[in-house]
Design a protein around this ligand. Sequence first.
Ligand SMILES: Nc1ncnc2c1ncn2[C@@H]1O[C@H](COP(=O)(O)OP(=O)(O)OP(=O)(O)O)[C@@H](O)[C@H]1O
Length: 272
Amino acid sequence: MTREMLICDNVTKVFTSGFIKKIVVKAVDNVSFTVKEGEIISLIGQSGSGKTTLGKIILRLIPPTSGRVLFYGRDIWKEIKTKEERKEYWRQVHAVFQNPMGSFNTFYKVDRVLNQALELIGVEPNSEEGIRLKEESLKAVGLNPGEILGKYPHQLSGGQVQRVMISRSWILKPKLLIADEAVSMLDVSTRGRIVEIFKDLRNKLGSSIIFISHDIGLSYFISDRVFIMYKGKIVEAGTPQEVIDNPQHEYTKTLVESVPTVYRKWEDFMEV
Ligand SMILES: Nc1ncnc2c1ncn2[C@@H]1O[C@H](COP(=O)(O)OP(=O)(O)OP(=O)(O)O)[C@@H](O)[C@H]1O
């Protein structure tokens, strides 16, 4: 039986800003859902619907105003306290963000992000094991190590840089991967290939993935379950087929209507 890895239990996040006039935004509003071991779920919603805030709460970057996030039964905001415990959590829960170039420091070779991952798991980057792991992880995402190692980010394409970021996850072998708009800046066919790599990662490493996107079309091909977010709430949940065939919420209906590609085969989609 598959175990529940992550439980979000009534998670709410309220942001308050402004000095003279207080502005209160309920970015995440009483959200509950679970992620099973090896499951890929998608959080889909328009800009400002609270997806990234929820992702950051799960990543233990910003605390919820109320509610709990349990990772294998452990409340990540109450029971993870020390720096060591946080580091251990981030080894197990890893993120790939939207802007591949923004994740890199332009002054360092791309090798650095892989070296940092190796250091996190206690492997000396220039040891035989370190070099082997770097090569293996790049090959796992379809890159040729000889073409990538030793290069600066601007010498690679956006798709290549994003793959290097994913190969970092291959080294860390996280239990849970949070991919926040990780493919939205790439062209459609590269996007398709990167999505396949995420799937491969799940199949080979058994990682669970939370795929955050505004694109229900892509989620259709990658997810076991889809959660539609609207104004901070989950307004609809189900398998991609269920959500697309029988959308209940008005927002989901508009979303489905605006993405005709979801009805095409993957191969057709790749060729768009
Ligand atoms: N640090 C913050 N302070 C104040 N308000 C914030 C903060 N972070 C996010 N918000 C607000 O919370 C709401 C949800 O933002 P969030 O970034 O989670 O949405 P999103 O669905 O990820 O959007 P996008 O797809 O544009 O990234 C928005 O109204 C945003 O302006």
